[in-house]
Design a protein around this ligand. Structure first.
Ligand SMILES: [Zn+2]
Length: 174
Protein backbone atom coordinates (compact mmCIF):
# COMPACT_ATOMS: atom_id res chain seq x y z
CA UNK A 1 0.00 0.00 0.00
CA UNK A 2 1.39 3.38 -0.96
CA UNK A 3 -0.57 5.27 1.68
CA UNK A 4 -0.35 4.88 5.42
CA UNK A 5 -3.16 2.97 7.17
CA UNK A 6 -4.34 6.02 9.17
CA UNK A 7 -4.81 8.04 5.95
CA UNK A 8 -6.86 5.26 4.41
CA UNK A 9 -8.86 4.94 7.61
CA UNK A 10 -9.63 8.68 7.43
CA UNK A 11 -10.94 8.18 3.88
CA UNK A 12 -13.09 5.27 4.99
CA UNK A 13 -14.53 7.37 7.82
CA UNK A 14 -15.44 10.17 5.42
CA UNK A 15 -16.94 7.69 2.95
CA UNK A 16 -19.09 6.21 5.73
CA UNK A 17 -20.13 9.70 6.83
CA UNK A 18 -21.01 10.76 3.28
CA UNK A 19 -23.00 7.64 2.57
CA UNK A 20 -24.70 8.05 5.93
CA UNK A 21 -26.50 11.07 4.46
CA UNK A 22 -28.58 8.73 2.34
CA UNK A 23 -31.00 7.88 5.10
CA UNK A 24 -34.24 5.97 4.41
CA UNK A 25 -36.12 9.29 4.61
CA UNK A 26 -33.79 10.98 2.12
CA UNK A 27 -34.02 8.04 -0.29
CA UNK A 28 -37.82 8.03 -0.03
CA UNK A 29 -37.83 11.77 -0.77
CA UNK A 30 -35.59 11.28 -3.85
CA UNK A 31 -37.82 8.45 -5.01
CA UNK A 32 -40.94 10.61 -4.60
CA UNK A 33 -39.39 13.58 -6.39
CA UNK A 34 -38.23 11.45 -9.32
CA UNK A 35 -41.69 9.92 -9.73
CA UNK A 36 -42.84 13.19 -11.18
CA UNK A 37 -41.61 15.04 -14.21
CA UNK A 38 -40.17 18.54 -13.93
CA UNK A 39 -43.59 19.98 -14.77
CA UNK A 40 -45.22 18.28 -11.83
CA UNK A 41 -43.23 19.87 -9.02
CA UNK A 42 -46.16 22.01 -7.97
CA UNK A 43 -48.05 18.81 -7.29
CA UNK A 44 -45.59 16.96 -5.07
CA UNK A 45 -47.53 15.93 -2.00
CA UNK A 46 -46.11 17.27 1.23
CA UNK A 47 -45.76 13.82 2.72
CA UNK A 48 -46.08 10.30 1.41
CA UNK A 49 -49.08 10.30 -0.86
CA UNK A 50 -49.64 6.75 -2.04
CA UNK A 51 -51.58 7.62 -5.15
CA UNK A 52 -48.40 8.25 -7.18
CA UNK A 53 -50.37 10.60 -9.36
CA UNK A 54 -50.28 14.36 -9.01
CA UNK A 55 -53.63 15.85 -8.22
CA UNK A 56 -55.52 17.45 -11.05
CA UNK A 57 -54.58 14.78 -13.57
CA UNK A 58 -57.09 12.63 -15.32
CA UNK A 59 -57.12 8.96 -14.40
CA UNK A 60 -56.49 7.53 -17.87
CA UNK A 61 -52.90 6.21 -17.71
CA UNK A 62 -52.34 6.25 -21.48
CA UNK A 63 -53.63 9.77 -21.78
CA UNK A 64 -51.55 10.82 -18.80
CA UNK A 65 -48.44 9.46 -20.45
CA UNK A 66 -49.18 11.27 -23.68
CA UNK A 67 -49.97 14.45 -21.82
CA UNK A 68 -46.82 14.30 -19.74
CA UNK A 69 -44.74 13.59 -22.81
CA UNK A 70 -46.21 16.63 -24.49
CA UNK A 71 -45.68 18.96 -21.59
CA UNK A 72 -42.39 17.56 -20.24
CA UNK A 73 -39.44 19.65 -21.33
CA UNK A 74 -36.46 17.89 -22.89
CA UNK A 75 -34.19 18.49 -19.93
CA UNK A 76 -34.84 17.21 -16.44
CA UNK A 77 -31.74 18.08 -14.40
CA UNK A 78 -33.23 17.09 -11.07
CA UNK A 79 -34.47 13.75 -12.39
CA UNK A 80 -31.13 13.13 -14.11
CA UNK A 81 -29.32 13.92 -10.89
CA UNK A 82 -31.46 11.51 -8.88
CA UNK A 83 -31.07 8.75 -11.47
CA UNK A 84 -27.33 9.43 -11.44
CA UNK A 85 -27.24 8.97 -7.68
CA UNK A 86 -29.15 5.70 -7.99
CA UNK A 87 -26.69 4.47 -10.60
CA UNK A 88 -23.65 5.54 -8.57
CA UNK A 89 -24.92 3.81 -5.44
CA UNK A 90 -25.27 0.63 -7.54
CA UNK A 91 -21.70 1.10 -8.78
CA UNK A 92 -20.43 1.64 -5.24
CA UNK A 93 -22.17 -1.54 -4.15
CA UNK A 94 -20.46 -3.55 -6.89
CA UNK A 95 -17.13 -1.84 -6.26
CA UNK A 96 -17.20 -2.48 -2.52
CA UNK A 97 -18.24 -6.12 -3.11
CA UNK A 98 -15.19 -6.45 -5.35
CA UNK A 99 -12.97 -4.84 -2.71
CA UNK A 100 -14.13 -7.34 -0.10
CA UNK A 101 -13.40 -10.15 -2.54
CA UNK A 102 -9.86 -8.83 -3.07
CA UNK A 103 -9.37 -8.40 0.65
CA UNK A 104 -10.46 -11.98 1.37
CA UNK A 105 -8.23 -13.23 -1.42
CA UNK A 106 -5.18 -11.61 0.14
CA UNK A 107 -6.08 -12.61 3.70
CA UNK A 108 -6.79 -16.22 2.72
CA UNK A 109 -3.61 -16.47 0.69
CA UNK A 110 -1.53 -15.19 3.57
CA UNK A 111 -3.22 -17.64 5.90
CA UNK A 112 -2.72 -20.63 3.62
CA UNK A 113 0.88 -19.62 2.99
CA UNK A 114 1.53 -19.42 6.69
CA UNK A 115 -0.15 -22.76 7.25
CA UNK A 116 1.64 -24.41 4.33
CA UNK A 117 5.07 -23.42 5.55
CA UNK A 118 5.34 -24.24 9.21
CA UNK A 119 8.92 -23.29 9.75
CA UNK A 120 11.05 -25.10 12.25
CA UNK A 121 14.59 -24.49 13.34
CA UNK A 122 16.99 -26.97 11.76
CA UNK A 123 18.87 -27.15 15.05
CA UNK A 124 16.42 -27.10 17.98
CA UNK A 125 13.28 -27.95 15.92
CA UNK A 126 11.38 -25.08 17.50
CA UNK A 127 8.56 -23.63 15.35
CA UNK A 128 9.19 -20.04 14.31
CA UNK A 129 6.42 -17.59 13.53
CA UNK A 130 7.94 -16.27 10.32
CA UNK A 131 7.71 -12.65 11.56
CA UNK A 132 10.66 -10.26 11.28
CA UNK A 133 11.37 -10.77 14.99
CA UNK A 134 11.01 -14.54 14.84
CA UNK A 135 12.16 -15.97 11.55
CA UNK A 136 14.58 -18.52 10.24
CA UNK A 137 18.06 -17.30 9.49
CA UNK A 138 20.22 -19.75 7.61
CA UNK A 139 17.67 -22.37 8.66
CA UNK A 140 18.02 -21.59 12.38
CA UNK A 141 15.83 -19.75 14.89
CA UNK A 142 17.15 -16.47 16.32
CA UNK A 143 18.75 -18.11 19.36
CA UNK A 144 20.42 -20.90 17.44
CA UNK A 145 21.51 -18.51 14.69
CA UNK A 146 23.17 -16.18 17.21
CA UNK A 147 24.87 -19.11 18.87
CA UNK A 148 26.08 -20.34 15.50
CA UNK A 149 27.45 -16.85 14.68
CA UNK A 150 29.17 -16.71 18.10
CA UNK A 151 30.90 -19.95 17.16
CA UNK A 152 32.12 -18.38 13.94
CA UNK A 153 29.63 -20.19 11.67
CA UNK A 154 30.91 -23.54 12.85
CA UNK A 155 30.59 -26.73 10.84
CA UNK A 156 26.82 -27.17 10.93
CA UNK A 157 26.34 -30.86 11.79
CA UNK A 158 28.78 -30.59 14.64
CA UNK A 159 27.38 -27.27 15.85
CA UNK A 160 23.83 -28.67 15.83
CA UNK A 161 24.89 -31.77 17.74
CA UNK A 162 26.67 -29.73 20.41
CA UNK A 163 23.88 -27.17 20.74
CA UNK A 164 21.18 -29.84 21.00
CA UNK A 165 23.20 -31.52 23.71
CA UNK A 166 23.63 -28.29 25.66
CA UNK A 167 19.95 -27.38 25.25
CA UNK A 168 18.98 -30.81 26.56
CA UNK A 169 21.33 -30.37 29.49
CA UNK A 170 19.71 -26.97 30.18
CA UNK A 171 16.19 -28.36 30.20
CA UNK A 172 17.33 -31.32 32.35
CA UNK A 173 18.66 -28.84 34.93
CA UNK A 174 15.33 -27.02 35.20
ZN1 LIG B 1 16.78 -23.16 17.22
Amino acid sequence: MRRKPDLILKDLEIIAKNLGRFTPEVLQRLYDIDKYGPNDYGHIPASGSTSGRPSGQISDPVLNKVASRMTRPASDPIGDCIKGLDRKIGELRRMSDGMVEQLLYVVDRQKSRREAAILTCACCSREVMGTPADRLRSGYCEACYKSWIREGKAYRPLFELNRRASLEAETAQK
